[in-house]
Design a protein around this ligand. Structure first.
Ligand code: C5P
Length: 246
């Protein structure tokens, strides 16, 4: 995979118009976009069609990040509907359990079989990257360390037969110990040295995350809040390229 294909831009904006402006301005430069809860709630399936048509000649990948977490039957039905939209990957919360993750995969495969499309990758979200040890203990009542909990969730994802994991770049090495190269590892919580950290806690720079073995990086605000978004994308890709040479 070429290094520029490893960048996924999080389209965390509030209107379809604004999202389309971003996709058109970066067309040819960004090869994958993440549509999350805010844009999908505002614009629905039209947001997927927009990225696929406005993103340039090389049609971008769409990562639909709705982080499904419900009973297995509901998740299977939703995964089926998501796969029919023609997205390339989507997320479920690993906290939903093995049966729920497996149901998501089955739902997606059912739709892919019927439409003749490739089955989207089903990705398990481990622990959100704004959470730290103390909050996880106090608010969620989890007494394992972040790393132990992520490893437990990663093993469950492997057992459920899903395709990949979302984790903090700080946990890639540990996750690879559990799943080797079998699973696609995608990391949000990426902060170039020149960007604001925001609420992200367990974060690394783009170069560090690539060196640690991430397959894809999800980056939002460091690009969306930059005075020149194209320049921000180019700087990030350059940093990723340098890391791949090491
Ligand atoms: O703006 P920023 O680069 O922090 O965006 C990160 C994106 O990744 C957001 O869309 C957020 O929902 C998502 N995400 C995350 N941490 C996770 C899973 C997803 O930040 N563990």
């Amino acid at each position: 995979m070429r290094v520029e294909e490893k960048l996924i831009l999080a389209l965390d904006v509030n209107s379809l118009n604004e999202a389309e402006g971003v996709v058109r301005a970066l067309s040819g430069c960004v090869n994958a976009y993440k549509i999350g809860l805010s844009l999908f709630t505002t614009a629905g399936p039209e947001s997927v069609r927009m990225v696929k048509t406005a993103g340039g000649k090389a049609i971008p990948k769409v990562f639909l990040d709705l982080k499904l977490h419900d009973i297995p039957n509901t998740v299977a039905m939703t995964a089926e509907a998501i796969a029919r939209l023609g997205v390339d990957m989507f997320t479920v919360h690993a906290f939903g359990g093995k049966e729920m993750m497996a149901a998501a995969k089955e739902g997606a495969q059912r739709a892919a079989g019927e439409t003749g499309r490739q089955c989207p990758l089903v990705l398990g979200v481990t622990i959100l990257t704004h959470l730290e040890g103390d909050t996880i203990r106090q608010d969620l009542g989890i007494n394992r360390s972040v790393e132990q909990e992520v490893l437990h969730l990663a093993q469950m994802a492997v057992d459920a037969g899903i395709d990949g994991l979302i984790c903090s770049p700080c946990e890639i090495e540990a996750v690879r110990r559990v799943c080797g190269n079998k699973l696609t590892v995608i990391c949000p919580g990426i902060r170039p040295s020149w960007a604001r950290r925001g609420e992200q806690r367990r974060s690394l720079s783009p170069g560090e995350a690539i060196e640690a073995g991430a397959d894809y990086l999800v980056i939002g605000r460091p690009i969306l809040e930059a005075p020149d978004r194209l320049e921000a994308v180019e700087k990030i890709i350059e940093e990723m390229r340098n890391a791949m040479r090491h």
